[in-house]
Design a protein around this ligand. Structure first.
Ligand code: NVA
Length: 308
């Protein structure tokens, strides 16, 4: 049974195939019905959501399926009953389980016991559906992925930093992460990305110099400094991350045709200037739209794999 728990669950060839499919689905959103029946896709959210819930629900419906929303707080997964028991129950009702939760280990346990494909809709560690949408967006704007340089400025130890490392390396990109000391990605993730990059011609580097990371980059990415679950650290983080804000001045160090990306929600004047996110080089609304196309592609891939 194939799952999509982390970005490197797809090989470079599979990632390219899924992105090709996402592009095709975007051209003809209502034609393909691999979830006809309708097959049910269970969506569970233990954290807040807007784009993920909306894009999965719309995308599942477009594929001919039924998006079943399971309220994470009512289900009390791991509290009221074990992750394994929830997996066994939902796996009997749904063809795919999509879950946004905290620790990656919870998602892995779900995958182990569900008997159906499980998709990571964001954990503390990874946000691989966002990265498929982001790579689709980069490809649309730059006509390529391999060989491009992407600079991620901000919380490198977050789900978005980790996912850029793995997904970017898989795509053959040069991924540079710039974060304050103490907020760099774990060495194990950087090594995992570097190993993938060795096979794709990409690279994975990290450092604390935001200007160095952004200089000449084709793609500049940031994300909130306060990921869901880190709210109590808000004040301390605001001070530490201030020099890593994606300001107009920092963005000027990038390639003149660089695009600016942010997975949203965005806090203007904090991690990104309004002039950058609302400016002509921002592609954030394409990213948000592409969630639907990219997720339709990964759902199609997993359902076809499960049936083969
Ligand atoms: N790093 C952010 C991403 C939000 C889509 C968070 O985890 O809250």
């Amino acid at each position: 049974m194939r799952h999509f728990l982390a970005d490197d669950d797809l090989t470079p060839e599979e990632q390219a195939r899924v992105l090709d499919l996402a592009f095709e689905l975007k051209q003809a959103p209502y034609d393909a019905k691999p979830l006809a029946g309708p097959r049910t896709v269970a969506m569970i959210f233990d954290k807040q959501t807007l784009r993920t819930q909306a894009s999965f629900a719309a995308g599942i419906a477009e594929l001919g399926g039924y998006p079943m929303l399971v309220d994470g707080s009512l289900a009390g997964i791991g509290v009221r009953e074990s992750v394994a028991d929830v997996a066994r129950v939902l796996g009997r009702q749904a063809s795919v389980i999509v879950w946004r939760t905290y620790a990656q280990s919870r998602l892995e346990e779900m995958a182990e016991h569900a008997g159906v494909p499980v998709v990571n809709a964001l954990t503390d560690e990874f946000h691989p559906c966002q990265l498929l949408a982001d790579l689709l967006t980069v490809r649309e704007h730059k006509q390529q992925l391999a060989g491009l340089t992407v600079a991620f400025v901000g919380d490198g130890a977050s789900n978005m930093g980790n996912s850029w490392l793995l997904a970017g390396a898989t795509a053959g990109m040069h991924v540079r992460i710039a974060s304050p000391d103490g907020y760099l990605p774990e060495a194990a993730i950087v090594e995992r990305a570097a190993k993938i990059a060795a096979g794709t011609g990409g690279s994975a580097t990290t450092g604390t110099d935001a200007v160095a990371a952004v200089t000449g980059a084709d793609v500049v990415v940031t994300d909130t400094w306060i990921s869901m679950g880190k709210e109590e650290e808000a004040e301390a983080r605001a001070a530490v991350f201030a020099p890593f804000s994606l300001t107009t001045a920092l963005f000027e160090h990038a390639h003149p045709d660089a695009i600016a990306m942010h997975c949203l929600p965005a806090y203007r004047g904090k991690e990104i200037d309004a002039e950058v996110i609302d400016g002509p080089q921002s592609v954030v609304w394409d990213e948000a739209e592409n969630r639907r196309h990219a997720q339709k592609a990964i759902l199609t891939f997993l359902v076809e794999e499960a049936m083969s």
